[in-house]
Design a protein around this ligand. Structure first.
Ligand code: FE
Length: 181
């Protein structure tokens, strides 16, 4: 009996860190790579931002069909077709659904992947990260913290200083060249 109690304890100790990582919407793989600390601020918890909730029919009234497909149905635009992947002007990238400030030009870089790419968000509290197991892959989905709109994914192959590549659909963004953060 004593050994059984010990076995149960060891099993719990082994799976506990994984469960904690999943609680925060962060993959266990990312945690092992030491990226958890960088992204812990972007977990679903600790969000004080006011949320926007609309029905699908309300979203359809304010979004184009392409924006609705990507933001509300987790779609992806075809690589090298979006309006911002080549944009190199100074300015801010806001959520096309709700206007939340998501990224700025100072963190944008040319990754060559065909989508707008950023090394970090404008502010960690403006986005959330969620594990995405669709299409047979383990990825980390990026969403707008205010309206929940799907933006894209974040990968560990970006340049310094973060080593991250936020790969974002142009259709999820509204660029304002006149704004400076
Ligand atoms: Fe939004």
């Amino acid at each position: 009996m004593k050994y059984m109690a010990l076995a149960v304890f060891l099993l719990f100790a082994a799976i506990s860190p994984q469960m904690q990582a999943q609680d925060h919407g962060i993959s266990a793989t990312a945690s092992k790579k030491g990226t958890q600390a960088k992204r812990s601020a972007t977990s679903q918890k600790d969000k004080s931002m006011s949320k926007i909730e609309k029905s699908d029919s309300e979203w359809r009234k304010i979004l184009t069909p392409e924006q609705f497909r990507i933001l509300r149905e987790k779609g992806t635009e075809v690589a090298f077709t979006g309006k911002y992947y080549k944009t190199d002007k100074d300015g801010n990238y806001r959520c096309a659904g709700c206007g939340n400030l998501l990224f700025t030009s100072k963190d944008k870089f040319d990754s060559g992947c065909g989508w707008p790419s950023f090394t970090s968000p404008a502010d960690n509290k403006n986005i959330t990260i969620h594990r995405d197991l669709s299409h047979g892959m383990i990825r980390e989905e990026v969403r707008c913290a205010k309206c929940g709109g799907h933006l894209g994914h974040v990968f560990d192959d970006g340049p310094q200083p973060t080593g991250l590549r936020y790969c974002i659909n142009s259709a999820s963004l509204d660029f304002d060249a006149s704004e400076k953060k």
